[in-house]
Design a protein around this ligand. Structure first.
Ligand code: C5P
Length: 218
């Protein structure tokens, strides 16, 4: 009997949270790490669903791409794909807040300031991990400006995941938008491993290999 391919759900890129039809809150995530993970997972022979926020990257071959814009759309799409997946790599830089309301038409400037009320965005990863099945391997990502390791370890329990891949986004060498990356991978039971500094492709390959070790034998 042929073994079934591992199904891997990856989220990548930023989200955009609009307060009128043309203006939004976002972050500088390029999506490169998530796209590198999609390629590495595909190269490992996995079936890949890639849910991507707006990025300027070519569509990776051999993966199913689901473009989304807002955190709400990302949540719905990830939710629909999560059930059958064996691996979740939640790499997207989801906006933590969104405007509490969205004007139907473009706001006119009148020379005065503008106050936009923000509300928290639901935590997609925490919601998915709350309904995880035995045997699924879940990986969260942490972009930190300080206390990288302590924040990564805290995130393991907070998000209900098996591994957290943390990197520093502080300073000019931070991971956002860069070609290279260095990740501290932490796991429950005290697991620690540094991946890189190396190209995002190489870090992705190493990360996929670590995840593969944690999959139940099939
Ligand atoms: O809490 P923090 O944003 O630092 O956690 C980062 C991890 O949580 C990433 O894996 C990110 O994709 C995920 N996340 C999420 N939903 C949010 C915010 C972050 O799934 N609203």
């Amino acid at each position: 009997m042929r073994a079934m391919a591992v199904r891997c759900l990856i989220t990548a890129g930023p989200t955009r949270e609009f307060f009128d039809p043309v203006r939004f809150l976002s972050n500088p995530s390029s999506g490169r790490m998530g796209y590198a993970l999609a390629a590495a997972a595909r190269d490992a022979g996995w079936t890949v669903d890639l849910v991507s926020g707006p990025v300027s990257l070519p569509e990776p071959s051999g993966v199913m791409l689901y473009p989304v814009v807002t955190a709400e759309e990302m949540m719905r799409q990830a939710d629909a794909l999560f059930g059958p997946c064996d691996v979740l790599l939640m790499c997207a830089a989801v906006s933590d807040w969104r405007p509490a309301s969205r004007h139907a038409s473009k706001l006119k400037k009148d020379g005065r300031g503008l106050t936009v009320e923000l509300e928290p965005v639901p935590d997609i990863l925490a919601a998915l991990s709350a309904r995880r099945r035995p045997g699924q391997v879940l990986v969260g990502f942490a972009a930190e400006t300080e206390d990288v390791e302590a924040n990564a370890v805290a995130k393991l329990a907070k998000k209900g995941v098996d591994l957290v891949a943390a990197n520093s986004v502080a300073g000019p060498d931070g991971a956002f938008g860069s070609e290279d990356n260095a990740v501290l991978l932490v796991g429950r039971d005290g697991f620690r491993r540094r991946l890189g500094p190396a190209s995002k492709s190489e870090v992705a390959r190493l990360l996929v290999a670590e995840v593969a070790l944690r999959l139940p034998s099939r």
